[in-house]
Write a protein that binds this ligand. Sequence first.
Ligand SMILES: [Zn+2]
Length: 434
Amino acid sequence: MKKIDVKLMHPAEQIALIISRIYRRKMTTTSGGNLSIMDDNGDMWITPAGIDKGSLTPADIMCVKADGTIVGPHRPSSEYPFHRALYKMRPKLRSVIHAHPPGLVTFSIVHQVPDTSIIPQARGVCGPVGFAPYALPGSELLGEKIAAEFEKNPEYKAVIMENHGVVLMGEDIADAFQRLETLELCARTILNARTLGDPVYLTEEQMLRHERAIHVDFKHFMNVEHPSDERAIRTEICDIVRRACAQGLMCSSYGTASVRWRGDDFLITPSDKQRWDIEPEDIVQVRDGMVEAGKNASRSVALHYEIYRRNPKINSIILTQTPYLMGYATTGVKFDVRTIPESWIFLQDVPLYPFGSQYSDAEKMAEGFRELPCALLANDSVIVTGDRLINTFDKLEVADFSARSLIMAAPVGKLNPITDSEIEELRVAFHVGQ
Ligand SMILES: [Zn+2]
């Protein structure tokens, strides 16, 4: 999978890459949505009008020069007037994404804004979110209305468009994309939580606690060495993180994976890199309880450390957010995995820990993984453990589809779980817990 480089990659190439991610993640249709980049020389690079979003190449991306001259094989997006209006309003922001992702469209058509305090990193990534009144698509008036909404609050980088969709700005296209993905994750989490019950939002104090947690109490070590088995793990982690992003099981702003290396030493993803573009050199080595110098390990490194120390059979851990599992993690509704044999065999039971447990109670949480492979952390994440990383990823997929089928079942009827005697039969037949 291609990596985005917002400094060295041509704007047309960046746009083609990000639109393909948006399309694959089903956050736009073939015809809907548009994105642009404002170049240093005043040229605006923008997606073309009416061309298949599923197969755009850099050669299809249009350029609107500062003097209005249009260069390229198609017509520029009909929404380019509002892109232009936004760059005028926020000259420091260099990218605009407009899309119709289903979660945010749901908020747009009921005239609400999703509350980003549903998950800890979203407020920092998305900022405050505005709501712009309706106007005819492609009209100058729509541009004026969106620009007027952005003008209300200099902090706005995301605005829901009434009965239409969402518009996001960013310092670059990766920044705007991260905002789109994170806000859509908030929207879908809230919608799933509302299907199950009442979502609980984080308090100001809890969010500050998450923001401060980056300063983990781990010493750094110099002279890191990379034997070939260590390098193999770096590649393995990158492959699974990118796959998880493509599958909607991680997003730019969230998702951690680690793999045991030797003894209790392990490798883990960093806290400060966008997940889609993670590279082997970004992965952080943790040796003798110390972190490789010059890097920030995931905020959850202490929990991973305790899990490996206390559970010799666990060799990999994934900690992430998916909209369905976060529906459970934000309501406290019991995630009952006695749905189908596969779900029970893989997961058995999924406990829910209070928010912040990974910082204050890492040792106790780590002990819990001796019996059960998966846990939810309120408003924060799902944690899955296992032997090989691919098996742990498989378990994450099982957990995600189990949550999804339960949420889809909610309007139809209550779960009729597999009975105790059927569970016993599975326990024996599949050697569960032995
Ligand atoms: Zn639109």
